[in-house]
Design a protein around this ligand. Structure first.
Ligand SMILES: *[C@@H]1O[C@H](CO)[C@@H](O)[C@H](O)[C@H]1NC(C)=O
Ligand SMILES: *[C@@H]1O[C@H](CO)[C@@H](O)[C@H](O)[C@H]1NC(C)=O
Ligand SMILES: *[C@@H]1O[C@H](CO)[C@@H](O)[C@H](O)[C@H]1NC(C)=O
Ligand SMILES: *[C@@H]1O[C@H](CO)[C@@H](O)[C@H](O)[C@H]1NC(C)=O
Ligand SMILES: *[C@@H]1O[C@H](CO)[C@@H](O)[C@H](O)[C@H]1NC(C)=O
Length: 478
């Protein structure tokens, strides 16, 4: 639900009218350029009288034009229907493109615009002309005489910059094996115009990440992907993750495709975005990846420092009824269903909750104190499962106001294969969904697939609309 505003803004981006504008201006057959790069030889084919040119324009180490040639051949160009790249050239200034106001991204709409390895470049000319509404990532790297920090508009672009004379060093930090040597040990990192403030990818554990020990705060999301790191303790001094921006903005922490990663090791985190403003997406890491209880409590925004007793759950034989926090999977079945009363004061379960194959159990009243179920390890099965019970006729978690953690796409409360009918109408299912803020699947189907109304009375229609109001309020609160 919360991601809807984001979805909308993405749709809006796609409908920015740049593309239409360009389509209106058809490409003249005489205004095409199909050479792989610009040199004095290829310049003969350059349609220098055209305002609109179709084709790519690449300046590289073979570009041997004088300033005069550059100026007289390119001053007319206004729209390039193709991409523009400056790589390994000996250009000193890009001001010869004085009228250019549109070009495309290399590699598609959200691709790149590359200005890299130009040893003498000091002046970006009027590149700002096509900054407005631009979707390209501006990859401006390793131009040793170029002072990026003097182009303020760049701080608000999708920007990847390192290895220039001066960079925006602690904005949109993008770390790969190539850019790492240029990282300048920021104490705080901001996201500029990007969703993610810090992205670390394609790194090997042999690389020196100790510069990140200085990092205390990140404003924006974090992504760590495609590394062979074993833990992320190089971020152990990070205290604050924050999301600047509007009320619908969410900070996303994505930790994906790190096959050796077993621990975060983020010990110092004290401030995280408030409830509902943080999306944690941790997938495809080492099969034994887990969070510590402290980490889970911080991320799930529950810090039950209530001094209550924490115990491991090894069945009811050894269970002490004054435990409030239970660590381990709680499995209720026909062998122990008579003992479930012992759980009546349990508030947190750090493991899965499974109620299955019971014979006599009629309700889940013994979970009346339960506030949250969270799991520390990755598991394919759902965290809360209520399966194949004989006499169970009611499922409700009255105190559970936070979804099971972690929750992501495809996670739900699984109620399946029970002998009695647990939800007769949609609203009973929706009520649990609204209270727990988690998806619910009943016999494999979402709440919306259940019949909407009981066999028609005005009364039940009225109740149904009450439930909707309740849900809408809930989502406003979050
Ligand atoms: C640019 O130059 C660098 C070294 O100066 C070289 O490694 C790279 O291959 C060159 N890139 C292109 C596209 O020619
Ligand atoms: C990842 O790094 C290796 C070398 O460190 C390089 O060969 C490869 O192209 C990089 N992949 C990406 C996607 O950047
Ligand atoms: C960053 O930190 C590393 C390791 O602590 C150090 O070797 C390096 O000199 C630092 N770089 C800067 C720019 O401060
Ligand atoms: C739960 O707490 C109540 C009130 O403190 C107490 O009376 C009851 O015995 C407790 N239940 C268990 C199973 O310990
Ligand atoms: C988590 O990331 C994966 C891969 O980028 C994506 O497919 C999935 O939708 C994300 N999940 C959420 C809840 O955003």
């Amino acid at each position: 639900m919360l991601s809807k505003p984001q979805l909308l803004s993405i749709i809006c981006l796609f409908s920015v009218p740049i593309v239409q504008g360009q389509r209106e201006q058809a490409c003249d057959l005489n205004c095409r350029f199909e050479k792989a790069y610009i040199s004095s030889e290829k310049l003969k084919k350059w349609p220098k009288t055209c305002k609109i040119v179709c084709g790519n324009l690449i300046f590289n180490e073979k570009t041997d034009l004088t300033d005069y040639e550059l100026t007289v051949n390119f001053w007319k160009l206004e729209v390039l229907k193709g991409f523009l790249r400056f790589q390994n050239s000996s250009l000193t200034s890009l001001s010869f493109l004085e009228n250019l106001r549109a070009r495309q991204c290399e590699g598609g709409e959200f691709g790149e615009f590359v200005v890299s390895n130009n040893p003498y470049l000091t002046n970006l000319g009027k590149l700002q002309n096509f900054a407005n509404g631009d979707t390209c990532t501006w990859r401006i790297v390793k131009n040793p005489q170029l002072d990026i920090s003097s182009y303020e508009f760049l701080a608000y672009r999708r920007l990847e910059n390192y290895g220039n004379l001066k960079d925006y060093e602690c904005v949109n930090v993008r770390i790969t094996s190539e850019s790492l040597p240029y990282y300048s040990n920021c104490t705080s990192i901001n996201n500029g115009a990007e969703e993610k403030a810090l992205k670390i990818s394609n790194m090997s554990s042999s690389m020196d990440l100790t510069g990140f020990l200085k990092l205390k705060s990140v404003a924006g999301g974090i992504e760590i992907s495609n590394t062979d790191l074993v833990d992320l303790s190089f971020l152990k001094n990070l205290k604050i993750i924050d999301m600047p921006g509007g009320p619908t903005d969410r900070a996303t922490i994505e930790i994906q495709n790190n096959p050796n990663l077993k621990r975060l090791g983020w010990d110092s985190i004290t401030a995280l975005p408030t409830n509902g403003k943080l999306l944690l997406n941790i997938t495809k890491n080492h099969p034994e990846f887990c969070l510590t209880i402290e980490e889970v409590q911080k991320f799930a925004k529950v810090a039950p420092r209530d001094g209550q007793k924490v115990c491991k759950f090894n069945g009811f034989g050894s269970f002490e009824t004054d435990c409030r926090h239970v660590v381990g999977d709680v499995v209720i079945d026909e062998d122990n269903e008579k003992d479930v009363w012992m759980l009546e004061n349990v508030t947190y379960i750090y493991g899965s909750l499974i109620v299955r194959d019971t014979r006599e159990l009629a309700n889940l009243d013994f979970l009346s104190s339960l506030r949250l179920v969270m799991r520390l390890t990755k598991d394919e099965d759902q965290i809360i499962r209520v399966l194949s019970n004989k006499k169970l006729e009611q499922v409700i978690f009255p105190k559970m106001k936070t979804p099971p953690f972690p929750i992501g796409e495809g996670d739900f409360i699984d109620i399946d294969g029970n002998s009695l009918e647990i939800f007769k109408v949609q609203r009973e299912c929706i009520l649990i969904r609204a209270m727990t803020r988690a998806d619910v699947k009943y016999n494999g189907k979402g709440c919306s697939k259940l019949p909407r109304l009981e066999k028609t009375t005005k009364h039940s229609t009225f109740k149904f609309s009450n439930v909707w109001i309740f849900i809408i309020l809930l989502f406003h609160v979050s």
